[in-house]
Every structure is written in structure tokens, then in C-alpha cells.
Ligand binder design. Structure first.
Ligand code: DER
Length: 239
């Protein structure tokens, strides 16, 4: 990661610190941006209940002296912080480069406020933009699911560690197929198709999950785009 990019992520993470004051239970996504966030706002996290979306994030938090709880002990969250691989101006995101998209979506869906931190290189006029969409699949079903996707016009690549045949296995025990949808298929239709396919555990299309998008720019500016207001503001009269 270039120094300017790292600085952009840090500046964006600092801005997100404002949202933490009222939060007690904080969900954490997965990836290098979340790690920057953890380091940058560490002081604000020490008295929170932290819930990690992956073993990777739990270990990153632990290495800083934080102790995330097991997600199974949590029913709802005040805030969820994550990043994305690609995002468009409508806040639609492609996630799952790190293979943790299923738990990320679960935690995001149970949070009152979802804040996503991205650097400007992740913002595109529309998504997907060149990257495949990760689909988590029951390992025993990979051949059947891959065939059904290919029959429907999807390009498919099973995610495999270099030089191996055994697929990458996620924290949840799934394999990942990175897919390229048929060219003119709307993203909502792609998501619906994947959700109806037996054997699919989850996928990396996130539509309607970003309440706030914080964009760090390499010139030092931070742009905040709000898609949905925090619960207290939504609930107050006249809002
Ligand atoms: O895999 C994921 O969903 C990650 O959150 C990804 O979207 C962001 O990873 P990065 O911060 O390492 O770019």
C-alpha cells in the first residue's frame, strides 16, 4: 500500500471515530482497512464490546491488546465498521476479497449503523468494475454450483491457493467461487440468482448496506456520503 493511500485510510478512519462515541457494541469487518482503523482509533475501542467478522480480524484486534467477543454471544450491534473492494455512487458494494463476506453481511445486517471506509481508488461509476464477485459455496457443492452458474452465463473461477487443487476454505468452512456475471444482468438480479442457488452460503454483493461511506482521498481530504441517517435521528420527530 502506498504511503498516500495509507494516509488516506488513516484520515478516513479518524473521521469514523466520531460515530463511536454513542456505540457500545462495535462490529468489525475484515481486511487491511479495518486493520488501519483498529490501529488509528484504538483508544476509542478499549471500552467497547468488539465483534469480529473473521478470525483474521479477531487476531488483528488481539495483537493490539483488544479482546473481541464470540459473535455467537451477540444479538445486535450499535455500529458496524468495514471497507469494500469496490463501491459505486449509490453505495452498492462488492466485497469478499478476503473471503469473509458472509459473516460481514450478517454483522452489518444486525447493526443500527453501518459505516464503510474506502480510499478513492475503490470508488467506481458502477460496480462490479473489473473484479469478480466472490460467492461462498458449500465445498461438496462446488462442481454442481459452478456448472449451474456456467450454464446461466457466468464466468467462474474456484479460489485455490497457488499451486494447489484444494480450494481456499473460509472461516465458515465454505469454498469461494469468483464469478463474472453475464454482461447485461443487473446487479440486483445477480444477487437474487445467487441467493436462490442451492449450495450458495453467501455472496459479496452488498446493496443497501452502506449507511455512511467515508472516502479518504490521497490529497488528505475526507468525504462523507450519508445514505441513511443514524437510528436516533431517524426516530426523532420531524426527521
Ligand atoms: O473482503 C472484504 O470484504 C474486505 O472487507 C474488503 O472488502 C476490503 O479489504 P481491504 O481493506 O484489505 O481492501
Amino acid at each position: 500500500m502506498s504511503e498516500a493511500l495509507e494516509a488516506a485510510r488513516r484520515a478516513a478512519a479518524m473521521r469514523v471515530a466520531e460515530y463511536l462515541d454513542a456505540a457500545r457494541v462495535v462490529g468489525l469487518g475484515t481486511g487491511s482497512t479495518v486493520e488501519v482503523f483498529l490501529k488509528t482509533v484504538y483508544d476509542k475501542l478499549t471500552d467497547k464490546t468488539l465483534v469480529a467478522s473473521s478470525i483474521d480480524t479477531a487476531l488483528a484486534a488481539k495483537s493490539l491488546g483488544l479482546s473481541p467477543v464470540d459473535p455467537v454471544t451477540v444479538e445486535r450491534l450499535d455500529i458496524y465498521i468495514d471497507s469494500a473492494d469496490e463501491v459505486d455512487p449509490l453505495g452498492r458494494m462488492i466485497k469478499g476479497g478476503g473471503g469473509a463476506m458472509t459473516m460481514e453481511k450478517v454483522l452489518a445486517s444486525a447493526s443500527d449503523l453501518r459505516v464503510f471506509i474506502v480510499d478513492e481508488l475503490k470508488v467506481f461509476p458502477r460496480v462490479p468494475h473489473g473484479r469478480p464477485i466472490p460467492v461462498e459455496v458449500v465445498p461438496q457443492a462446488v462442481s454442481i454450483v459452478k456448472r449451474r452458474l456456467e450454464d446461466a452465463g457466468f464466468g467462474c473461477r474456484l479460489r485455490v491457493p497457488q499451486g494447489k487443487r484444494l480450494p481456499v476454505i473460509t472461516d465458515l468452512g465454505g469454498a469461494v467461487i469468483d464469478v463474472e456475471p453475464p454482461e447485461h444482468m443487473e446487479l440486483e438480479r445477480v444477487a437474487g440468482f445467487l441467493e436462490r442457488l442451492p449450495g450458495v452460503i453467501g455472496h459479496g454483493i452488498f446493496i443497501g448496506y452502506a449507511d455512511v461511506l467515508v472516502i479518504g482521498r490521497s490529497d488528505g481530504r475526507v468525504e462523507v456520503v450519508t445514505y441513511r441517517r443514524p437510528r436516533e435521528e431517524r426516530a426523532s420527530p420531524g426527521s
